[in-house]
Ligand binder design. Sequence first.
Ligand SMILES: [Zn+2]
Length: 172
Amino acid sequence: MKNTCKHTKTKNDERVYCFTAPVAVYPYTEENRAAHGNICYDEICCECGATRAVLQNGSHYEFAPWGPSAAELKRREEEKKERAREAAEKLEDAAMQARDAKVVEVTPKREGYSKMVVIKMGGERKAVALYKIKEAAAQKDDGDGLVPFYRAVMRHAQEWERKEEDKYARSY
Ligand SMILES: [Zn+2]
């Protein structure tokens, strides 16, 4: 979405830094060497939240072009993280499919026993202690596909438990 705000009413962020580098981006804004060497701060638009870096030295100013608001930058950052998480989960699921594996049950924790995850793999059922899966999933990924596999198993075990809880909740 294009920002059509003219940024007429602004305030200066109270965080003030020492000058480190020019902020102007030609041809959008012009460098002003007289403004170099002293302080730098962000100017924030009161209407739309857009920000720009400002260098000030006495009565001399240099401006960066107006950029996205802090909220918008945060939103973009979160979107990026979400996409990275989705990509990772896709790889993890592929590692599970490659082993023809499926989480079919998570046994409840009982006194003296650890929670077990029952995995159906190539037609066989294997019960693995959840803490062992957690340990394996937390290893450094050396590229053999095992870490993504165990991460997928953990996530599917959590999903399985969530579904069971929902079923239980609905039956009352
Ligand atoms: Zn604005």
